[in-house]
Design a protein around this ligand. Structure first.
Ligand code: ATP
Length: 722
């Protein structure tokens, strides 16, 4: 490939993409193993969610009636459309006088009742007899020449009170079961207006039919009525909380991992997106199973008019948004119980706000803002479904043809033409937003360990251009010697140019409850390549504080620390740097439920070791650390010493150039300790090894060899001594 800047950029992008893929797969596999190994916890999680579904099913089966609520305005058409097809219908009238005969003749010729058969009847009883024997009959009983009563067979018209009862459950106006518009479609209004027009014409000698026939029928919007029965509200609340158990257990797991292991994984090269994606993918599987059950319950008990897939995707997108909302809360709040409680409250609060859409049409801007909260979007979505359920096709808004054309041609069509698409779009946008915000706050508020990014870090070009080491300004730039105090021995000749780590007046102050502890009081020191440097100091001298600064776990309060001229606090974001550095923290950090081999494999993937080389590298480390016999033992079943060896094994994965080891031999038996010492001595050529210890013997054994200059540093004072 050509060696142009564009080609280099492409290479970096594809390398990063494959790194993210590798890490995501490794962490997803780890999550699956954890689910399998921690069966009782996984069981609790699933049972809790099934209990919620059971409650939901119970509350759904209580819903017997659809709630009453606003019915939309509906245009029924014009009288001469015609609203009623009169051909073949017999219009009987009685008594037959000259006037009534003329009226009825006019009705037959100049009204929309074309095709109607006019028949004179002797009296009302005869009319009734005929109406019983024949189906298509309507009766007109004249009281005098101009006032009359209409008689319709049962089923062709409706009594006003009866119609009122059905006003809320009738969505298909043309259907026979729908009684409200029978006045229109059953012919009542057509017959009445035809006779009225004929009577007026007779009386005034002036035809009013032209005006009469343009009469239009409308179904008026109904008044607002109380909406929900309590059990319906209960159903919706249960649906909002149906993913609650997952959210709680997920926040416990994520926060536990973030507190302990994530900072180490990040220092080894973990991409934040891989961490969150690995949890997201696992829980998406949970969500899709739960969404199927939710859909099944809802379709069997509550809604009949929606299709399975429509409802399924609705629940699925809401579930995914809830999972990502949990990520966001886990980035903001560090205690799992607080995070779950706040999540619960916010779901209830915004879910309740969503009920508003059932009663009122909210201003569009306010609705879009509230839609940023998925529980609101979810409840509003359920409200949409209630309306769809009640009104079916009649619910779809009437669109002007031009508006329809515009919608088809524009992106809006995705949203407006189908109410479900709008919901899918909103919930998936919420999902993506929560996911990105979780990553953002994770960087800006990393918690106790980790160096926080500035709030506007994503606006800095340097953040996006940090691809290649050395391309952007994390290099400290200076190759000057640190300001060593008067009590520091000058370095013997031969060390110039081999400075790998430079500490310049490093201070670290911890502030807690108005009390500040100065762990590092201005330490200046160079650490050289090809040497083992031991930081020797009593308990509380600040050894771990220094290693934390170098490992990127914390930021110095003052001064600078550089590793190969890269600022220690910022270099951890740089591609390729993590592969060159191995860290063994003071406390053993590994996945307790995974075996030694699985732990090494996961960390090897995170470290960026090629897929095909991972097994070979893991075997090498197992042999080097003498862990082969326990490779298939779970980490929580290891002895203290074996756990320490595992931590060291994780640090030496990929044969890094810089080793930062915090009391690596603590808890090891004398034999293993000597094994580690000789291992480090064998590897020191061309590498930088920094070890902390409380034991003089260890410092002497490792750093006090006669070969080369001694590299034994005592901490605890204001300056290190070399
Ligand atoms: N997170 C913290 N908050 C407040 N004080 C802290 C914190 N971490 C360390 N300290 C304080 O900083 C000082 C240095 O602690 P550090 O852990 O670096 O000592 P150390 O030399 O590593 O000791 P040890 O050998 O026992 O591990 C101690 O007085 C400790 O109490």
């Amino acid at each position: 490939m050509e060696n142009t800047p564009a080609a280099g950029k492409m290479q970096r992008v594809s390398k990063k993409a494959s790194q993210i893929l590798q890490q995501t797969c490794a962490l997803l596999w780890k999550n699956i193993l954890l689910v399998w190994r921690m069966k009782s916890k996984s069981f609790q999680e699933w049972v809790a969610s099934l209990v919620f579904l059971y409650i939901l099913h119970d509350s759904a089966s209580l819903i017997m009636y659809y709630p009453t609520q606003e019915f939309p305005y509906k245009f029924l058409g014009r009288l001469d459309d015609p609203a009623f097809n009169a051909s073949g219908v017999t219009l009987m009238f009685t008594p037959a006088t000259n006037t009534t005969r003329t009226i009825m003749a006019k009705v037959a010729t100049s009204s929309p009742l074309r095709g109607v058969i006019i028949e004179e009847m002797e009296n009302e009883e005869k009319m009734e007899e005929k109406a019983i024997s024949e189906e298509e009959t309507i009766g007109v009983v004249f009281k005098d020449d101009f006032s009359y009563t209409l008689r319709f067979p049962v089923g062709r018209a409706v009594f006003p009170n009866e119609g009122f009862e059905h006003i809320e459950t009738c969505w298909d106006f043309s259907a026979r079961h729908c009684k409200v518009p029978l006045y229109w479609y059953g012919g009542f209004l057509s017959v009445q207006s035809s006779i009225d027009a004929a009577v007026i014409e007779m009386k005034t000698n002036h035809s009013v039919w032209k005006e009469m026939k343009s009469i239009t029928g409308v179904h008026l919007k109904t008044v607002l009525k109380p909406l929900f029965k309590l059990d319906y509200i209960w159903f919706i609340i249960c649906a909002i909380l149906s993913y609650g158990p997952y959210m709680h257990f997920l926040s416990v797991k994520v926060l536990k991992e973030k507190k302990k292991l994530k900072i180490l994984m990040r220092a080894m090269g973990l991409q934040d997106i891989s961490f969150w994606l690995s949890w997201s993918l696992l829980y998406i599987v949970y969500v899709s199973i739960t969404a199927s059950l939710l859909t099944w319950i809802t379709l069997s008990e509550v809604f009949n008019h929606s299709s399975f897939l429509e409802l399924y995707f609705f629940y699925f997108f809401y579930g995914t948004a809830s999972i990502h909302f949990t990520f966001l809360l886990s980035s903001l709040l560090k205690q799992p119980n607080i995070s779950s409680f706040v999540g619960f409250l916010l779901h209830i609060l915004f879910g309740a706000l969503g009920f508003l859409t059932l009663f009122e049409k909210l201003p569009r801007a306010l609705e879009w803002i509230l839609n940023l909260f998925s529980p609101f979007a979810f409840t509003a979505g359920l409200a949409t479904m209630v309306k769809l359920e009640k009104y079916g096709p009649a619910f779809s808004p009437e669109l002007h043809p031009f508006r329809k054309l515009y919608l088809i041609l524009s992106l809006d069509s995705l949203i407006e033409l189908h109410p479900f698409r709008k919901l899918y779009l909103i919930l998936s946008l919420d999902s993506v937003l929560y996911f990105l915000l979780a990553i953002y706050f994770d960087k800006v508020l990393p918690g106790k360990y980790g160096v926080p990014h500035p709030p506007a870090f994503f606006l800095r070009p340097s953040y996006w251009l940090r691809g290649s080491s050395g391309s952007v300004g994390v290099r400290a730039g200076s190759s000057h010697d640190p300001v060593l105090g008067g009590d520091a021995e000058p370095m013997p000749p031969g060390f110039e140019g081999k400075e790998a780590i430079r500490l310049n007046n490093i201070k670290k102050i911890y502030k807690k409850n108005n009390k500040s502890t100065e762990a590092l009081k201005g330490l200046s020191l160079n650490i050289y390549e090809g040497q083992i440097t031991a930081l020797l100091g009593h308990s509380g001298a600040g050894k771990t504080a220094l290693l934390n600064v170098l490992s990127g776990f914390s930021k110095p309060s003052a001064g600078s620390a550089t590793i190969y001229n890269y600022n220690a606090s910022e270099m951890w974001n740089m591609e390729g740097m993590q592969e060159r550095i191995g860290i063994c923290p003071q406390i053993n950090l590994h996945f307790e439920a995974l075996t030694v081999k699985e732990n090494l494999r996961i960390f090897a993937h995170i470290k960026g070791i090629q897929w095909k080389e991972v097994d070979e590298e893991v075997q090498k480390v197992l042999v080097t650390m003498d862990l082969t016999d326990v490779q298939n033992v779970c980490a929580d079943a290891l002895s203290g010493g074996q756990k320490r060896k595992l931590s060291l094994g994780i640090a030496i994965l990929g044969d890094p150039q810089v080793l930062l080891l915090d009391e690596p031999t603590a808890g090891l038996d004398p034999c293993s300790r000597h094994h580690v010492w000789s291992l480090l001595r064998e590897r020191r050529a061309g590498r930088v090894t920094l070890v902390t210890t409380q034991a003089m013997e260890e410092a002497d054994a490792q750093a006090g060899e006669p070969r080369g200059a001694p590299q034994e540093v005592q901490t605890g004072g204001s300056q290190g001594t070399a």
